[in-house]
Design a protein around this ligand. Sequence first.
Ligand code: ATR
Length: 264
Amino acid sequence: MKRYFVIGNPIDHSLSPKLQNWWLKENNIDATYDKIKLEEHEIKNFIQDIKEQKIAGCNVTVPFKKKIIPFLDKLSQEAEQTQSVNTITFDSGELVGHNTDISGFDTAIKKLNFKTKGKKVLILGAGGVVPSIIFALKNMRVQEIIITNRTREKAENLKALFNNIKILEWGDLTDFHMVINATSLGLNNETIDLDFSSLEHDKLFYDVIYNPQETRFLKMGKQLGYKTENGKTMFVYQALEAFKLWHNIEPKVNTDTYKLLDND
Ligand code: ATR
């Protein structure tokens, strides 16, 4: 039986096994998918197990999306450009790193019918998922991408990967059409100390976090009368793309899929 994993640290919170096992069952695929917490020094052996096909493939989450790269033979163009890998396949004797977060985010925004072309986007945070979001936004032809992060240096580092991004001091605010919370603030009910109340016009408040379903950041956006969306659709579609890479089948996404994730 083929075995798949998601690796990360911490990993307890991951809903990937629930979703991937549901799709495996639905498609009568004889395989299992589990989560496994790894320390950095354990990555090498884990990857070797994929090379020897004791493990068929894996997802990669925080904090290993970049750290995994030196262990791989090849990267997809998206993984290369973002220096971020969330899915590993083994193709023709080679370990290949892919990035399906980009397509997950892209699908999520398209499903909202939010016109992104020519828009100004403010991103809060500069962690692991941000390069993928920037990559997707650039493909959507947004007009401007502004990053603000507590540790300014991490925002500045993104300039090595992408040109034409602007940096804003953490705590400052600028006008935008779409604001994305890509920090971990909200996972444990934290607030984000920015005053959005003076903003006008239609805006989208997007949070990468999906558990809790509505962070304080999204509650605030809603109270101010703006459109809001959490990271659940992105999560489902990054998983769908990974499933397609491993099994060559497009799994179904419907209300039951989302219900499955709500039950946690
Ligand atoms: P990593 O930074 O290891 O990639 P992440 O979960 O992908 O981890 O990113 C966490 C993000 O939340 C970072 O942008 C982080 O800011 P720093 O780069 O300054 O660490 C941000 N973050 C976490 N706690 C925060 C806090 N209390 N205030 C502001 N930003 C915070």
